[in-house]
Design a protein around this ligand. Sequence first.
Ligand SMILES: Cc1cc2nc3c(=O)[nH]c(=O)nc-3n(C[C@H](O)[C@H](O)[C@H](O)COP(=O)(O)O)c2cc1C
Length: 273
Amino acid sequence: MKIQRIYSVYWSATGNSRKVARTVSDTMGECLGCPVKEFDFTLPQARETIMEFSSEDLAVVVLPTYAGKLPNKILSFVQTGIVGNGTPAIPLVTFGNRSFDNSLAELVDSLQSNHFSPIAAGAVVCRHAFTDLLATGRPTEQDLEVLKQFARKAAEKILVSSSLPAPVAVPGDSAAPYYIPKGLDGQPANFLKARPKTNLDHCIRCGACARLCPMGAISSEDYSQVPGTCIKCQRCVRSCPQKAKHFDDPAFLSHLAMLEANFQDSKESSFYL
Ligand SMILES: Cc1cc2nc3c(=O)[nH]c(=O)nc-3n(C[C@H](O)[C@H](O)[C@H](O)COP(=O)(O)O)c2cc1C
């Protein structure tokens, strides 16, 4: 089958899913000899329009795992805003060395319901957005090489097929509930209401946090106020040039400590072709 364009389609609060999307799209673009376009729907404005694809496009769609599934406030856009027309797709999720649980199954199901045909898929270990101490430095150069090998195999699958390859099977159950975060004491850690705090001595009022928040949750009049819905994605923390943002919610910190204590052993990425 002939592909005319590759779309790198991603939601990426702290940059891992973007890196994975670009690596796979660029490698497939080289193999298939076609241009790569980008559709970054991380910011709310980008989710105001529907993105529609044809049967001559290939969509590489990448999101992070949040609580074992796709980020729930972004799911409705994935379900309604990314529309295929018999379009081959490469669904990928990133995860921070705990588990991707059911996020890949959820992404594959959503794309299939939206008239995409997922022909190859994967779950890629990346640094945990909450801490640099889990999956530190990942994806490493070696991880990216493995990702490129996967992309070459996925391209080969397209090159040798005269029609759409059969949909790929992935593990997990898209109807399963979210993972319940635990604290250090093993009990559920509820930090739904946690908000980033701002160190006003360090804040230079550059406004990056408010501009970059994927939920548009931070006040643009007073950057220390979060009147909207915070999804704990850590984008404000990681993009603040002054390191003026942090979370001090005890339940959040207890979950973080639990993750750091129990999920140090390096996980492998998984690929399905
Ligand atoms: C709110 C939240 C929940 C997360 N839940 C999980 C999880 O259930 N399992 C896991 O292994 N990693 C989890 N992570 C880590 C992210 O999946 C991982 O860091 C991902 O690569 C971030 O993608 P991004 O850089 O594109 O935003 C979570 C991160 C956040 C911010």
